[in-house]
Ligand binder design. Structure first.
Ligand code: CA
Ligand code: ZN
Length: 300
């Protein structure tokens, strides 16, 4: 199996001008090693959070060039496995997250991870592994790895976890896929601006879908299909996610938009991914049982 270490190459922005660190055939399964979002600079309580190099934030390992992927295609990314390190770190500080106005200094906390739990003081938080940053090169100029968008990036969506499959619009030759910013746990919103940040390894299978395209990423798991949208406000993100999903279902099912809208209002879920990054991210979630009843399949 192909293994890619973070020493082979990391990026701080998703950008179609980056040289790929590897070229791999479509259909490949790859294990990708990742730093945590601080590039492993905060390894002990003794490291002052003010001492870290803020230019080395949110590194994503890659980019990988997937042979055959061309602009207008879809990159399909099945998340086979996420392995995380044995300690995480969280950070809060002025102007960060929803409490930034009330915090006067940067603080960090090292959190041991063992027995399926993150240990926070005397509390045990169930591990809920997920990938914060994952995506492809965007259409125009590069996008910093801290910012989400139509290309994916820092979506901080807790549904991006083992067993999920992501679908990204391809904007550049080879797609130029990269990922990083693993979290041992994170709640919807990511209100402090950090999840339980952790290094690790992610195994993905990368495939190219031709003949159909996307405007924003989608995610599928055992129960649901979801549309993910990032926008300047959560209102816009949530609305666009629902609109994209309704239009797609109407197109695939042949049902009138009016009826699909009623159905989605009855069973679809508007949910928050994160509210603390430079753009906000929302998802619209539709159960698979309904899509099956409507005989709708998105990518076959
Ligand atoms: Ca993140
Ligand atoms: Zn993170």
């Amino acid at each position: 199996m192909t293994k890619v270490g973070y020493r082979e190459g990391i990026i701080y922005d998703f950008n179609k001008t980056h040289e790929p660190i590897r070229k791999i055939p479509a259909g490949s399964t790859v294990t990708i090693q990742t730093y945590d979002c601080f590039q492993n600079q905060l390894q002990s309580e003794q490291t002052e959070v003010t001492a870290i190099d803020w230019n080395k934030i949110n590194p994503a390992t890659g980019p990988l060039y997937i042979e055959g992927a061309e602009p207008g295609d879809i990159l399909k990314v099945k998340i086979e496995k996420i392995d995380i390190g044995d300690q995480g770190v969280m950070v809060v500080g002025p102007e960060l997250g929803v409490m930034g106005h009330a915090l006067s200094k940067m603080e960090s906390k090292i959190l041991p991870i063992r027995d399926g739990h993150v240990h926070f003081n005397d509390l045990q938080i169930p591990v809920n592994k997920m990938i914060g940053v994952i995506g492809v090169a965007p259409e125009g100029e590069g996008v910093n790895c801290g910012t989400p968008g139509a290309h994916g990036g820092n979506m901080d969506n807790k549904m991006v976890t083992e067993g999920a499959t992501l679908y990204f619009p391809v904007f550049a030759e080879g797609a130029l896929f990269a990922l990083g910013d693993l979290h041992a746990a994170m709640g919807d919103g990511e209100v402090s601006v950090s999840g339980v940040e952790v290094e690790g390894e992610v195994t993905v299978t990368l495939d190219v879908i031709k003949g159909t395209s996307l405007r924003h990423p989608m995610l599928e798991n055992d129960e649901a299909f979801t549309q993910i949208v990032s926008a300047p406000t959560l209102d816009e993100a949530a609305k666009t996610a629902a609109v994209e999903m309704i239009e797609r279902i109407a197109e695939k099912s042949g049902m009138p938009v009016s009826e699909v809208t009623m159905l989605m209002s009855a069973v679809g879920q508007s949910e928050i991914c994160q509210i603390v990054d430079p753009l906000m991210t929302a998802r619209f979630v539709v159960p698979k049982w309904l899509l099956e009843k409507l005989d709708v399949s998105f990518f076959e």
